[in-house]
Design a protein around this ligand. Sequence first.
Ligand SMILES: Nc1nc2c(ncn2[C@@H]2O[C@H](COP(=O)(O)OP(=O)(O)O)[C@@H](O)[C@H]2O)c(=O)[nH]1
Ligand SMILES: [Mg+2]
Length: 192
Amino acid sequence: MSTINFARKEISFKIVYYGPAMSGKTTNLRYIYSSIPQKVKGEFTSIATETERTLFFDFLPLELGVIKGFTVRLSLYTVPGQNIYKLTRKSVLRACDGIVFVADSQLSKKEENIMNFYDMVENLNDFGESLESIPLVMQYNKRDLNPIIPIRELQEALNNENQFEYYEAIAMLGLGVMESMKAITRLVISRI
Ligand SMILES: Nc1nc2c(ncn2[C@@H]2O[C@H](COP(=O)(O)OP(=O)(O)O)[C@@H](O)[C@H]2O)c(=O)[nH]1
Ligand SMILES: [Mg+2]
């Protein structure tokens, strides 16, 4: 749910990078962070306790300008994908406005992607949310590796009805990263 700060004339959106462990979520965030001018971004923050870790930063996407008199602020979040962090994964989804699902294209990760996706859907449902109410962009990452799952098969597994925009990515090289971020931003903003 977006947050409006009337004093600062600012509207904030929370975007969560979700997906299995090691799929490239942090790599996405680091690439985006490094591409943004210093003066429009906050600190890259890691909240770590003994058992959990959340990463986030926020910034003002200047190219969006002012929308209905409000400056847009985006907060990008990611969470650990390992099973033991199930609770953190759930809590990070609270009040989110949009999701980038970062899938790992490696052949060996097919089941893990699917399980993680449905775990996310379940978590959303627990908050009374769903992918009808929250926009999602699919990112098929690690397209540089071999062997990988063909796009058609990933689509069948994760985007069967083609309800989500999808992007192929090599996050390590920054390929597909800004495209995915801009796509989710556009979808999130179109909801207001
Ligand atoms: N080959 C390859 N490796 C990647 C790519 N994106 C991320 N990685 C690597 O995958 C590992 C896990 O990435 P990370 O962003 O930490 O995953 P996270 O657990 O989802 O946050 C790191 O060693 C990254 O350098 C990619 O597109 N191709
Ligand atoms: Mg990470």
